[in-house]
Design a protein around this ligand. Sequence first.
Ligand code: IPE
Ligand code: IPE
Ligand code: MG
Length: 239
Amino acid sequence: MNTPKNIAIIMDGNGRWAEQRNKSRSAGHKEGVKTLKKIVKAAVNLKVESLTVYAFSTENWKRPKAEVDFLLTLMKRTMRNEVDELLENGVRVQFLGRKTNLSNNLIKEINNIEKRSAENSNLTLNIAFNYGGRAEITDAAKKIAEDYKNGKIVLNKFEEKDFASYLYQEELQNIELLIRTGGDLRLSNFLLWQSAYAELYFTDKFWPDFAESDLKQALKEFKNRERRFGGLNDGDHHA
Ligand code: IPE
Ligand code: IPE
Ligand code: MG
C-alpha cells in the first residue's frame, strides 16, 4: 500500500514540552509552530495529498484568557509570516472550523492565505482552528434543515455522501491515518465524521519533539495495517 492521501494530526503536548524545560506554555506553542513547518515540508516531499492539523479546538476556549489570546495571536502571526514559504512549496492552505468568535484581523489573514494559495496542488494543508467535530456536524445539520425547509432536499434520496457535502470541506471525506502526539489516547472532538475508518497512531512524543523520522515511522506502520472496512481479508473467504 502506498502513502496515505489524507493524514490528520492532533498536535498535542506543547505545554508539557515547555514544562519539562521550565519554559512558559507559550514557548511550547511557538516551538510547535516550528515543528509544523518541518512536518509540512516533509509531507510535501513524501507526496501526501492532504494534511489536516488540529491547532485550536472549540473546547480550547476554556483555557486561561492569556493562553487563548496567545494562541489567537500566534495563529494570526503564523498565517502572515509563513505565507511566502508555503506558496514557494506549492502548498494550498484551507481553514477548517467556525469563523465566529475570531477577530476580523485573523479572518483577514486566513482569507488572504486561502485566496493566494488556492491554485497550489503539491499539498493541501487544512488548519483546524476553532474546530470541533460535533460543532461541524451540528453546523451541517442546521444547513440541511434549512435546505430541507426550502425544498432542496428529498429525504428518501439523501445519503451519506450528501451529508458529507455539508461538512466544512467536502473533499476531506476520509482520513486514512490519524496521528496524535503527546501520549493521550483520545480524539478530543477531532474529525469525528471523517475518521470513521482512520488508522490511529499514537506516540508519547510531545509535538515540539515530533520529527520527519516520526512521520515516516507512522507511515511505515500504516503500510502494515490491514484495512478491512467491515469486509474480510484477501484469501479469507471460507463460509
Ligand atoms: C496542544 O498542546 C496545542 C493546543 C491545544 C493549542 P497543549 O497546549 O494541549 O499541550 P499539553 O497537552 O498541555 O502538553
Ligand atoms: C486537542 O488537544 C486539541 C489540539 C491539539 C488543538 P487538547 O490538549 O485540547 O485535548 P485534551 O484537552 O487533552 O482532550
Ligand atoms: Mg493537550
